[in-house]
Design a protein around this ligand. Structure first.
Ligand code: GRF
Length: 194
């Protein structure tokens, strides 16, 4: 058990509201040392505004080469934990192996329902009455790793994809920050005492 602040690398692709919640709630339990994005996006600017180191690793046709660059970028800060928070690229075996047990992802559905990039739309199309969010360990599959925590969010009559996603993201922000405040390293794996 290690009680010092955990070093966190965050992966993001978009607006970065999850990243902002993670940054804003840093305390003695963890600190964000690096933000990696696959494109220039608001998340990168949020990190820069907070004085956090950033790296942009654009997706390439050669997925193996891209994965190696992702490994190198993240390994440069030797983080205890890698958090994929709105990162819209699938991490390959090289990355998953390098940071096994230390990489987690937040996803806007109650997995195993609705994996993939359109989880909120798919849930609405299916007509579910309750959906939510999941934090899971990252494996080489699509949103298929071991589940760590989930929160339910009710679908309201007439919800648009945007409205429902905004409520889910509120739950995602609370959930990921709560987990990060309770992260412990045990034999190289991050576990959450919640
Ligand atoms: C979240 O719902 C995340 O789970 C999904 O993309 C969204 C990211 O939102 N993969 P933001 O960019 O942090 O606002």
């Amino acid at each position: 058990m290690c009680d010092s602040a955990k070093s966190v690398a965050v992966l993001a692709s978009g607006t970065g509201t999850l990243l902002k919640a993670i940054i804003d709630n840093q305390e003695s339990r963890y600190r964000v040392d690096l933000v990696v994005a696959d494109q220039i996006c608001p998340a990168v600017q949020r990190a820069k505004n907070a004085g956090i180191r950033t790296a942009v690793v654009p997706m390439e046709e050669n997925r193996n080469a891209w994965n190696e660059k992702m490994v190198a970028a993240v390994a440069s800060v030797d983080p205890d934990l890698v958090v994929s928070a709105g990162f819209m690229c699938l991490l390959g075996p090289a990355f998953v192996k390098e940071f096994a047990g230390r990489t987690i992802n937040t996803h806007p559905s109650l997995l195993p329902a609705f994996p993939g990039a359109h989880a909120v739309r798919d849930a609405l199309d299916h007509g579910v009455k309750v959906t939510g969010c999941t934090v899971h360990y990252v494996d080489a599959g699509l949103d298929s790793g071991e589940i760590i925590a989930q929160r339910a969010v009710e679908v309201e009559a007439g919800d648009t994809e945007f409205e429902l996603h905004e409520r889910i993201k509120k739950a995602e922000r609370e959930q990921i920050v709560h987990l990060l405040h309770h992260a412990e390293l045990v034999n190289g794996k991050v576990v959450f005492n919640v």
